[in-house]
Ligand binder design. Structure first.
Ligand code: DGL
Length: 265
């Protein structure tokens, strides 16, 4: 199987993309719900959680791991990757790559949790690809709670989006591409599009990460050989399996019947 982990439910946006782009693959998902949220924690703590999550997935015999969480990808990926032999893919590099290749004005916006934005991980990746691109960023911490509350289109959500994004548009009118640098933000696309208008392109890091995984599996001959057979998904959490299962409807479109709680990762 492919291993995927996130701080909680948000990584299901990546699972949804994997199911669409690689329907024959088996997936093992771990939501570290006992330690949620990662977006407010220190790098040291996130590295520790990330290592534990990877070790759990390795025990499930995975062939590749996706760090679906933008915060963990920003703060822990470089540090932990070198300890393991299997490919470990984050969501930052694929999203940064896509944005850097489609911007025409060479001005990219990034939104994410406070930890992701403070780490400047997206900015570093984009500058590596093209150092002339300007990156403007904004932490949008309330978005995670709004999505988890199911407030996807409420007037309050539109108001908060206007406030956060106003800071980005105000700072530089040239932004033509915005990276959704957090697992939960793809669910806010309709509101974000409404607030930003149709001239600003939204980059969904979940979509881009799934695309990269497909390419890596193909290059390494690791794609499931029976593409007609639908893959199996297993879901694990470190706390509150019922809550996870209920919330999953919002992310995947259906309720998960089997979510297992693991005590020690
Ligand atoms: N999964 C996190 C991310 O993508 C958002 C939720 C959290 O703060 O743990 O950054």
């Amino acid at each position: 199987p492919i291993g995927v982990f996130d701080s909680g439910i948000g990584g299901l946006t990546v699972v949804k993309e994997l199911l669409r782009q690689l329907p024959g693959e088996d997936i093992v998902y771990l939501g570290d719900t006992a330690h949620l949220p990662y977006g407010t924690k220190s790098a040291e703590t996130i590295i520790r959680f990330t290592l534990d999550n990877i070790l759990f997935l390795l025990k499930q015999n995975v062939k590749l791991i996706i760090v679906a969480c933008n915060t963990a990808s920003s703060l822990a990926l470089d540090e932990v990757r070198r300890h393991f032999r299997i490919p470990i893919i984050g969501v930052i590099q694929p999203g940064a790559w896509r944005a850097a290749h489609i911007t025409k004005t060479r001005c990219i916006g990034v939104i994410g949790t406070r930890a992701t934005i403070n780490s400047k991980a997206y900015e570093r990746q984009i500058k590596k690809i093209n150092s002339t691109i300007k990156v403007i960023s904004q932490a949008c911490p309330l978005f995670v709670s709004l999505v988890e509350e199911g407030w996807l289109k409420q007037p309050e959500t539109v108001g908060i989006a206007k406030k956060y994004l106003g800071a980005l548009i105000g700072k530089d009118k040239k932004m033509d591409t915005l990276i959704l640098g957090c697992t939960h933000y793809p669910l806010l696309k309709p509101v974000l599009k409404r607030v930003l208008g149709k001239n600003i392109k939204l980059i969904d890091s979940a979509q881009e990460a799934a695309r990269e995984v497909r390419e890596i599996l193909e290059e390494n001959g690791l794609v499931n050989k029976k593409p007609k057979v639908k893959g199996r998904c297993r879901f694990y959490v470190t706390d509150d399996p019922e809550g996870f299962s209920r919330q999953a409807v919002r992310f995947l479109g259906y309720r998960l019947s089997q979510v297992k709680r693991i005590i020690n990762v």
